[in-house]
Design a protein around this ligand. Sequence first.
Ligand code: F0G
Length: 462
Amino acid sequence: MEFNTIIEPFRIKTVEPIRRTTRAQREEAIKEAGYNPFLLKAEDVLIDLLTDSGTGAMSSRQWAGMMVGDESYAGARSFYKFEAAVKRITGFKHVLPTHQGRAAERILFGSALKPGDIVPNNTHFDTTRANIEYRGAIALDIPIAEAHQPNVYHPFKGNMDLERLEQTLREHSGHVPMVMVTVTNNSGGGQPVSMANIRGISEIAHRYGIPFFIDACRFAENAWFIKMREEGYADKSPMEIAQEMFEYADGATMSAKKDGMANIGGFLAMNDDELAQRCKNMEILGEGFPTYGGLAGYDLEAIAIGLEEALNPDYLRYRIRSIEYLGERMKRAGIPFIEPTGGHAVYIDARRLLPHIPWNEYPAWALSLVMYIEGGIRSVEIGSVMFGRQPDGSEKPAAMELVRMAFPRRMYTQSHVDYLAEVLDYIKEISPRIRGVRMVEEPPVLRHFTARFEPTHDGLLV
Ligand code: F0G
């Protein structure tokens, strides 16, 4: 007999208590934090869905691995173990450990871009875009049209628009030093990219003689979606699928804080000898010697084991299913979100849930505050607070007003998800009464991290 219930494929060996607070305490805490969830003390949060980055639980094997970490400055045993794990999955010739994903980006773009260059991607993550723009180059997002239609179903909404890619390469020949694709597409709703699309990007880039890099943060989740949704992959293991994804590429940047199942770390990998040499020189300047790259030996051990655990089918089934399950509960309650649910997060569509709040009273921001006040849940706004301020100083609405609930790996259980669904049901019920916020302190750059706010109506959000 095959049973349908998908259980957490682990038992819990160590527990960390989470602190219950009253609604009054949370109202006070968020007021003190200037109505900015980034400024809350983590201890005042019951369920923390701010990010899935570095926040997951490590396995007993990873903790055991940390005890045998080799802290030699150069040529440590732990580096060779790490290198072998990355090579087994990606097949790339050169592997440079880094302290996290953005360090790999900084080294790669610092070594390969010049001002005026263009880097196409399905959608650049913020740090990727910022590192490209810092070099005076242009980060071009060319996802398929469905990516911006929250309620339209597409099995691979993270795909790149291949026609636009070809057009870009044709029109800007000599100015595109690399093509990238982000799997899964975090900024576009954690949506997967199909193998056919990866193959297509590779074919086009290589026809123009341009290298193709994968932003591989959530490669294992992407592999699982390919297994579930793409013809011809149902019988392949996530490892085989991941190996094929990387076969089409010339290199990758990776944050091991996601599908490396570690609390810190990342890497840059590639085949090109000459580029690798330049990157290694740059790595020494900022990260450290190329066999540790800003990490402790024990971090390298944790990542080597984590990369393999991330590809475990039982783990991936549970991971993707628990997020899908939350989506089903929300759908039943009539809460709009980006469909289908992605790999690491659910993105609530605040513009549709709170149509009465104008964009410049930041509906998604207000919603994330109410989720904290009512349920102790911390999430993140991806809307007009994050993207509204323009380089010329003006303000305009973001393309979408979203609240992202990102799930740390192996951290929360079914009952946490049930609790979350119950809180969201209640929020749906009170949604007509939710009011907006105004910004009272605004830093000049990356304002969402430190800006302070006030409710627009008598100091009350609901
Ligand atoms: N690329 C993608 C697709 C990411 O999601 C992130 C991080 C990075 C690169 C940068 O990696 O944080 O290790 O330097 N995303 C986190 C998030 C922060 O919350 O989505 P990093």
